[in-house]
Design a protein around this ligand. Structure first.
Ligand SMILES: Nc1ccn([C@@H]2O[C@H](COP(=O)(O)OP(=O)(O)OP(=O)(O)O)[C@@H](O)[C@H]2O)c(=O)n1
Ligand SMILES: C[C@](O)(CO)[C@H](O)COP(=O)(O)O
Length: 227
């Protein structure tokens, strides 16, 4: 089943500390953003990419799209102050029907089969996200003191892509905008309008490249995939 994908790529990469958008950093001589875009470029069921970018990066991103012959980007939209605003700007380009995925530009290792699973589940259920069971023990802490140990068996680490019926995601974003609510992912906006969100079990390789050490993990994942 066909889908479109919004890729927020307008961050500043503050936690990476590279002095530029971390999506321009290279893994195996290819920029991180291009690794991510290749996944959708090579997925025959993806029928359009909407990329949210900041004005500072516009020139270099346009050059990269040409150099790597990325054809599926149908619109470049301005990034917003927060990730959520960048996604909302992208949603305005989507229309009102079908399935839309939201996928971080900073997650280059997403698996095509899992994308297809998400599209299938979201078309039946409305919303679905990739996630993996949490491996660490998680404690709630206040002023350096443990308040409680959270029961781990029901904890999942949520990734992207996150897939939605377009009408549902538009409704959730509009409501969040009206309420000035800021969430750390798109599914949380759907949850707060009391609509169900399903989990599709993902893969621990689908890391978000956030801090410098993630670059070593990413290189290791690439080596594993090449061998
Ligand atoms: N205003 C923003 C902030 C983030 N993003 C994008 O959302 C994804 C996830 O964000 P994150 O990993 O936090 O990236 P940065 O915001 O760049 O990192 P930091 O928070 O360390 O500055 C990234 O692809 C990033 O480019 C975006 O489009 N618009
Ligand atoms: C959307 C996300 O990748 C799910 O894990 C994550 O919440 C993004 O968080 P960030 O603080 O914008 O990196």
């Amino acid at each position: 089943m066909a889908y479109k994908v919004i890729i927020p790529a307008a961050g500043q990469g503050k936690r990476m500390g590279a002095g530029k958008n971390k999506l321009l950093l290279e893994l195996n001589n290819v920029p991180i953003l291009i690794h991510t875009l290749f996944v959708f470029e090579n997925d025959e069921t993806c029928d359009g990419v909407i990329l949210a970018i900041s004005s500072e990066d516009e020139k270099s991103f346009k050059t990269l799209l040409q150099t790597y012959q990325i054809k599926k980007v149908q619109a470049l939209v301005p990034g917003g102050k927060e990730r959520q605003h960048s996604v909302y700007n992208g949603l305005k380009e989507i229309g009102s029907e079908g399935i839309v995925l939201v996928h971080d530009g900073a997650r280059p290792f997403v698996d095509k089969k899992q994308i297809h699973q998400l599209v299938e589940v979201s078309s039946k259920e409305g919303a679905a996200v990739l996630a993996v069971p949490v491996k660490d023990t998680i404690k709630r802490v206040n002023h350096s003191e443990v308040v409680e140990t959270v029961e781990r068996s029901s904890l999942w680490a949520i990734q992207t892509p996150q897939a939605f019926r377009v009408s549902l995601l538009v409704k959730a974003h509009k409501k969040a905008d009206e309420d000035n609510y800021l969430g750390t992912d798109d599914a949380s906006l759907v949850e707060r309008i009391n609509e169900p969100v399903k989990i599709v079990e993902g893969n621990y390789d689908n890391i978000k490249i956030t801090t410098p050490e993630d670059l070593y993990f990413a290189e290791a994942i690439i080596r594993k995939r090449q061998s």
